[in-house]
Design a protein around this ligand. Structure first.
Ligand SMILES: [Zn+2]
Length: 145
């Protein structure tokens, strides 16, 4: 059996459960016109739990930042369960859901799925997901309800 290094995933798909989809869309709608953000944790390649987190950036309309306190809390919770940070999520309230230069610079979890939801039309949320490793973006095939 071929095993991948611990924590690595080469999945090219991001399957969003109905529950997670509801959480992501509800959060993005509630925070618009600000960017929302949240983190999912679970076994490799899986989002078992999603945490909506506060966007503490001083320009929350166009940027997001997760406090180091929240990052640590979520990281420890993942670790306690033998899990990883598997999803890093934020919204683009008015623009295309494509990673910005800032998003690239901040992408520090090579094993996480980076999902961005475009809310330019709040009735038609546009979810895109990427893997970002060393500033190289690979778009994933997103399936959601
Ligand atoms: Zn962004």
């Amino acid at each position: 059996m071929v095993t991948e290094p611990l924590g690595r995933t080469t999945a090219t798909r991001f399957d969003v459960s109905p529950e997670l989809w509801e959480q992501l869309v509800t959060l993005a709608r509630a925070e618009k016109p600000k960017e929302c953000c949240g983190v999912g944790i679970g076994p490799v390649g899986e989002v078992a739990r999603f945490h909506a987190l506060e966007n503490v950036h001083e320009e929350p309309i166009t940027r997001y930042e997760i406090s180091s306190k929240d990052q640590l809390r979520v990281h420890l919770e993942a670790e306690d369960n033998g899990w990883d940070v598997t999803l890093v999520f934020h919204s683009h309230p008015a623009t295309e859901p494509y990673p910005s230069a800032t998003d690239l610079a901040l992408a520090g979890w090579p094993d996480a799925v980076y999902a961005i939801i475009g809310m330019a039309d709040p009735d038609q949320p546009l979810l895109r997901a990427y893997r970002i490793v060393d500033a190289v973006i690979t778009e994933l095939d997103v399936r959601h309800p």
